[in-house]
Each structure stands twice: as structure tokens, then as C-alpha cells.
Design a protein around this ligand. Structure first.
Ligand SMILES: [Zn+2]
Ligand SMILES: [Zn+2]
Length: 68
């Protein structure tokens, strides 16, 4: 009964999951991700942006648009 050591540095939520981030193409677990309040796209924890004033979670694309 030998166990392999954990070989990857990838956090659990970046292991293959049902959701694919449209911005970095990582797959992630739905529970660990976010949704953009504007376009409703799933966003991984690495790409999610939080608006400073409203604390809404948005995708990088929508944040860029809103920042103009
Ligand atoms: Zn991402
Ligand atoms: Zn968006």
C-alpha cells in the first residue's frame, strides 16, 4: 500500500472541474468559482475581479468596460 505524494502544486479548485474559465482556460470547480454579474460567465478565482465600491464580482472584460 504505497501512496504517491501529491505531485502537483495545483490547488484543488484548479483540478479538472465542470467549469472552464473563459479568460485563462483553466477548469475549476463550480463551488470555487464566481460569476460575473454583468455577463454571467463563470470566472475562476484567479481571474475574478471585485469592484472596489460595490464589491460585485465581475469578469476582466466587464471590469475593463466599466473602468472607462
Ligand atoms: Zn481564469
Ligand atoms: Zn462579465
Amino acid at each position: 500500500m504505497s501512496r504517491h505524494a501529491i505531485e502537483s502544486e495545483t490547488p484543488w479548485w484548479l483540478e479538472s472541474g465542470p467549469e472552464t474559465c473563459q479568460f485563462c482556460q483553466h477548469t475549476f470547480h463550480y463551488e470555487a468559482g464566481y460569476h460575473c454579474i454583468h455577463c454571467d460567465q463563470p470566472i475562476c478565482p484567479l481571474c475574478v475581479m471585485e469592484l472596489e465600491d460595490s464589491r460585485d464580482t465581475v469578469c476582466p472584460a466587464c471590469r475593463d468596460e466599466g473602468a472607462k
